[in-house]
Design a protein around this ligand. Structure first.
Ligand code: FAD
Length: 441
């Protein structure tokens, strides 16, 4: 029987990145995937939603073309073509990951894995069974959509996000249960298509974890898009009269891992900051363990698990985890929200700059939103939150600043090209220091 150094179960962002990193470090690696590599992110999540949003954003922009002096006939959107385009993009990125695995000499085994013991995995391949052994194991089996208690997804009336990604009709009405990131992405898509969208959120607020001021502005802008937001409201399935997207969270996939008797935290596998589970030599990453189910969290944890499996001593922290949310305008967020910062520190500094005060925003015709920076009393950056054009890209620089412990003075003295959106980041820092150049403090 072949013995590997590392066996990775699950070929999503956590798993395939762990496999690549371990191979880079000289490990003999096998990656077991029962479906397509790329996992939820590439096949049913991050990439397909953004491929569709690219089309619906363009559709919306064309409707405003006359504002830019451009005119032609009434635009039309063909969802079948949108879905076909999305599928072509998904196939291309999946092939890209397969190529990377091959070039890194990773053995990709297509089958369903069941762990027999730490370091011993049974794989069901069609009608055959195969047993593989390894020194270490990285579990990266991801998560699946959760349904409402007592209800099942039926692909017709009660839908999960997977169903809607291949749906080729524009529904007149869509109820979205769950006002988190996934719900927002679909509210963005369907409101652009003219569907009457209602979001039901049982909590007092939508978008948990996002700065309160960003959320209240998003709600105002959703209203303008004719999206109704019902917070503190439990959706009653008996009253559903159209299509209902249920995106109330995701459940870690633990099937096949039972023999390990792992310590759990609710339904997630419990890990320490080195991504080690309670079983020796067994690591776990991504949605299976994560407090923040995000692809880049899975990537980061995958790298750390692989390095530790190969003798390293890396640790993972959720501090400075960025968010990029593709609403219109976009949301970018990293670090403590203003409310969290006030709860934790007796004195904080807050600076804010409106997107409308940026020359580039006026030129591009997209002026909604603001950038907010928060620091402690001494100026150490605690959080940066933004709503506006390019916010999902702009949050990259902001994350580097927060993660590396930069101060508000350093951000204020950063040197930005004109006319660009990063000028707004610098101006928000200047505003916290009462030194704004393009607004009156
Ligand atoms: P997954 O991607 O779920 O991969 C797990 C893999 O394991 C799957 O391929 C599965 O087939 C395989 N597997 C499971 N069990 C077994 C077994 N027993 N044997 C063999 N294989 C097995 N995140 C972002 O950061 N940004 C976004 O914009 C974003 N948008 C999203 C939009 C939607 C609609 C959804 C649903 C998710 C989105 N996410 C986004 C979240 C992101 O997709 C996940 O956090 C990420 O995919 C988790 O990676 P993972 O490797 O842990 O698991």
């Amino acid at each position: 029987m072949q013995k590997h150094d590392v066996i990775v179960i699950g070929g999503g962002p956590g798993g395939y990145v762990a496999a690549i990193r371990a191979a880079q470090l000289g490990a003999k690696v096998a990656l077991i995937e029962k479906d397509k590599v790329g996992g939820t992110c590439l096949n049913r999540g991050c990439i397909p939603t953004k491929a569709i949003i690219a089309c619906t954003n363009l559709y919306e922009k064309i409707q405003k073309a006359e504002n830019y002096g451009v005119s032609w006939g009434k635009p039309n959107i063909d969802l079948k073509k949108v879905v076909d385009r999305k599928n072509t993009i998904v196939q291309k990125v999946v092939k890209g990951v397969e190529f990377l695995l091959e070039k890194n000499k990773i053995e990709l085994i297509q089958g369903t894995a069941r762990v027999l013991a730490p370091g011993e995995v049974e794989i069901i391949l069609d009608s055959r069974k195969l047993i593989v052994e390894s020194r270490t194991l990285v579990l990266a089996t991801g998560s699946s959509p959760a349904c409402l208690p007592g209800l099942d997804f039926d692909g017709e009336k009660f839908l999960c996000s997977d169903d809607l990604l291949d749906y080729c009709h524009i529904p007149e009405k869509l109820d979205i249960v769950g006002g988190g990131v996934i719900g927002m992405h679909f509210a963005q898509i369907y409101s652009a298509l003219g569907t009457e969208v209602t979001i039901y959120e049982a909590l007092p607020e939508i978008l948990p974890g996002i700065d309160e001021e960003v959320v209240s502005t998003v709600k105002r802008l959703l209203k303008r898009r004719k999206v109704t937001t019902m917070t503190n409201t439990r959706f009653d399935p008996a009253k559903s009269c159209g299509k209902t997207l249920i995106c109330i969270g995701r459940i870690p996939n633990t099937a096949g891992l039972e023999n390990l008797n792992l310590k759990m935290e609710k339904r997630s596998v419990s890990v320490n900051e080195k991504m080690e589970t309670s079983a020796p030599g067994v690591y776990a990453v991504g949605d299976l363990v994560s407090r923040k189910m995000l692809a880049h969290v899975a990537y980061e944890q995958g790298v750390i698990a692989a390095e530790n499996a190969m003798g390293g001593n890396r640790t993972f922290t959720y501090q400075a985890t960025p968010f990029g949310i593709y609403t219109h305008p976009e949301i970018g967020s990293v670090g403590l929200t203003e409310k969290e910062a006030k709860e934790k520190y007796s004195n904080i500094k807050v600076g804010k700059f409106p997107i409308a005060a940026l020359g580039i925003a006026q030129a591009m015709g997209d002026i909604e939103g603001f950038i907010k920076v928060i620091s402690d009393e001494k100026g150490k950056l605690l959080g940066i939150h933004m709503l506006g054009p390019e916010a999902t890209n702009l949050i990259g620089g902001a994350t580097a600043a927060v993660k590396n412990g930069l101060t508000i003075d350093q951000l204020a003295e950063s040197f930005q090209a004109h006319p660009t959106y990063p000028e707004g980041l610098q101006e928000a820092a200047l505003s916290a220091l009462k030194r704004s150049l393009h607004i009156i403090n």
